[in-house]
Design a protein around this ligand. Structure first.
Ligand SMILES: Cc1ncc(C[n+]2csc(CCOP(=O)(O)OP(=O)(O)O)c2C)c(N)n1
Length: 327
């Protein structure tokens, strides 16, 4: 059972992710952030619900849309800002950027610019846990577009066969870039595919953080007890366009659809529930907002005053990779 305080913390985490991206968009327009920035707005309940069911030493594999995953798994906000601003103090010394956040200390095993690229990699840590007799669980996030990659079939089959402590979390946000999911999925429920591998396939309301949390907890218990993987499909909606670079694309969704999902905002849903069930004070969101802005001011200042990475250091890393390929 979650305490009132833990639920308020979840509300705050979702707000942090939302406000982080709002500020990143501003910094992008001002030229302080570059590259392909994929925002997670509307999907915050998935990252927060899942990561709250995990321990710090559990692993997650992220996607190209990974700011929310990194923040929810406990990465330093300062370092995430610095990474997106290409600074040496960033999570990956400013050499990874938005799509390649990586933080071994907090079990973040990396974002990935390859759609579905994290899926086969996640078998690695899950297998290592089993091999070493450790109870560390791995979560692999991916979206419904990635579920159509062949590697998903290969990986889920192997994970089920070997009973790996792995949780596949499909963030079904109804679009792959600009393509609506009804044009790419033969069946709207990805969770149904679990039947073919004899593992549980569960649908969660991806805009309801407590539903995501409860369903993930069950999957985590199952994985820690050696019973194998679970596929959780979180039904959600990506409120924004695909990516900052493509921001000028014509609106490709019906207005009614966008407005309908605006009524299911994950932050509003939890706030309303907390008011009804836990007597949450009306102005708590305002208070949390102020705390977040204060933390962000310091984090952006830290990032902006940090140096850019040394080009020689970068070339050293690039050359060592090149040599590895040659060998
Ligand atoms: C293997 C591969 N194919 C194509 C792309 C180009 N691409 C980037 S994001 C994307 C859509 C991915 O859709 P989905 O997995 O549903 O994630 P979403 O962007 O909706 O969160 C595509 C096709 C890529 N990065 N990698």
């Amino acid at each position: 059972m979650l305490t009132r305080m833990q639920k308020i913390q979840m509300l705050k985490s979702m707000m942090i992710i939302r406000e982080f991206e709002a500020l990143i968009k501003k910094l992008y327009k001002e030229g302080d952030v570059e590259g392909a920035i994929h925002c997670y707005t509307g999907e915050e309940a998935v990252a927060v619900g899942v990561c709250n069911a995990l321990r710090k030493d559990d692993y997650i594999f992220s996607t190209h849309r990974g700011h929310g995953h990194a923040i929810a798994k406990g990465c330093s906000i300062k370092k995430v800002f610095a990474e997106l601003m290409g600074r040496e103090t960033g999570l990956c010394k400013g050499m990874g950027g938005s799509m390649h956040l990586f933080d071994i200390e907090n079990g973040l095993m990396g974002g990935n610019g390859i759609v579905g690229g994290g899926i086969p990699l996640s078998l690695g840590t899950a297998y290592a846990s089993k091999y070493k007799g450790s109870d560390r669980v791995t979560v692999c996030f991916f979206s419904e577009g990635a579920s159509n990659q062949g590697t998903f079939n290969e990986s889920i089959n192997m994970a089920a066969l070997w009973k790996l402590p792995l949780i596949f979390v499909c963030e079904n946000n109804l679009f792959a870039a600009t393509t609506p999911s009804y044009k790419t999925l033969s069946h709207p429920d990805i969770a149904k595919r679990a039947d073919g591998y004899s593992i549980p396939g569960i649908i969660a309301d991806g805009n309801h953080v407590l539903d995501v949390y409860e369903k993930t907890c069950k999957a985590v218990n199952r994985a820690r007890e050696g019973e194998g993987p679970t596929l959780i499909e979180c039904k959600t909606y990506r409120v924004e366009g695909h990516c900052m670079v493509l921001k000028d694309l014509p609106q490709h969704r019906p207005k009614q659809e966008v407005e309908g999902w605006a009524d299911k905002d994950p932050i509003d849903i939890l706030e309303k529930e907390l008011m009804q069930d836990e007597g949450l004070e009306k102005d708590i969101r305002e208070q949390l907002y102020k705390e977040i802005q204060q933390e962000f001011n310091e984090a952006v200042q830290y990032a902006k005053t940090s140096p850019f990475p040394d080009i020689n250091e970068f070339m050293k890393i690039a050359n060592s990779r090149y040599q590895l390929c040659e060998e």
